[in-house]
Ligand binder design. Structure first.
Ligand SMILES: Nc1ncnc2c1ncn2[C@@H]1O[C@H](COP(=O)(O)OP(=O)(O)OP(=O)(O)O)[C@@H](O)[C@H]1O
Ligand SMILES: [Mg+2]
Length: 290
């Protein structure tokens, strides 16, 4: 697994040396490499948007994450399942910089070492996270919530001085449609249903155009109809964004999944289609044997 990264690292050093000499480069891999110099771009030339290797994290001696390795392809919609306490949320905490691992490798694309970045920097790099509980501004309208999602400065946020340019307005209109709230644009967010609040929060993340979206139990508490519409929403987002979705709702997983990763005791227990992992004896054991 690491040879790829090591090779990339070696080439990176070489190219840095070349760059220092002021020489030019050309060709596919070089073009891919040169992109890392562009702020906001992620090098996906190795076919991975996210790469974790042998990650460990203990809490008071309890191994919540214990040798976790996985990677996600650009545009993929990866589903993560696993029993309570498997380490799913902790994994997201580590990716987003909320929790630091004791050891291991966590890369965004081939070149961005996430362990060298703070939580706000990681958000800025293009990793959006949706927690289970909706956190919209209830006293503001749907429109205002989406508008504010672009205002990063806290002072601007509180004074409401932030205004969208025409490109941002177009984007807001498109997102309203995507999250099924085009008819509710002027409604107070506090009056939305639980499912609609969840979609609004996803819309707020989309306003920042994240490359990778992490969604922790997005359909918990939703009605069946809201769950079905959320599945549709995720299928539209796939390809344009990479998504990592943690869920316990297996019928939802069945509708949206390609590859399913099963976490247990802080590591990957099995991976494959939902049918494959559900037929795996070890997976049956952890779900039924506890
Ligand atoms: N900050 C913390 N301090 C102590 N223990 C923690 C902390 N964060 C997580 N844990 C423990 O790590 C283990 C993994 O928790 P985590 O929340 O990641 O599981 P999960 O797979 O998300 O479970 P669920 O499906 O119930 O959400 C649990 O035993 C939890 O109690
Ligand atoms: Mg959790």
């Amino acid at each position: 697994m690491t040879p790829d990264l090591m090779e990339e690292g070696a080439q990176r050093l070489e190219r840095t040396a070349v760059a220092k000499l002021g020489q030019t480069e050309s060709g596919g891999r070089e073009a891919g490499f040169s992109r890392i110099a562009t702020p906001g771009e992620v090098d996906i030339t190795h076919g991975r948007i996210l790469y974790l290797e042998d990650v460990h994290r203990s809490f008071d001696g309890f191994k919540a994450i214990n040798g976790l390795s996985l990677d996600i392809a650009p545009g993929e919609l990866r589903c993560i399942i696993g029993p309570n306490g498997a380490g799913k949320t902790t994994m997201m905490d580590i990716i987003t910089g909320k929790t630091r691992p004791d050891k291991g490798t966590v890369f965004f694309g081939s070149t961005i070492d996430l362990l060298r970045h703070t939580e706000p920097e990681i958000a800025q790099l293009g990793i959006g996270r949706k927690f289970q509980k909706p956190t919209v501004f209830e006293h503001l309208t749907v429109f205002e919530n989406l508008e504010l999602a672009l205002a990063t400065d806290k002072g601007v946020k509180s004074s409401m001085l932030f205004r969208l340019d025409s490109r941002q307005s177009d984007r807001l209109a498109e997102i309203l449609h995507t999250i099924h709230l085009a008819d509710s644009v002027n409604r107070l967010s506090g009056n939305l249903s639980h499912g609609q609040k969840q979609w609004l929060e996803i819309g707020m993340l989309l306003m920042q155009d994240p490359k990778l979206l992490l969604l922790d139990e997005p359909v918990a508490g939703m009605t069946d109809e809201e769950t079905a519409r959320t599945a549709e929403l995720f299928l539209t987002l796939k390809g344009k964004h990479s998504l990592m979705v943690v869920e316990h709702d297996m019928s939802f997983i069945r509708t949206i999944s390609e590859i399913v990763t099963v976490l247990c005791d802080g590591a990957v227990l099995a991976q494959g289609t939902l049918d494959q992992v559900q037929a795996d004896e070890r997976v049956i054991e952890v779900y039924l044997g506890r």
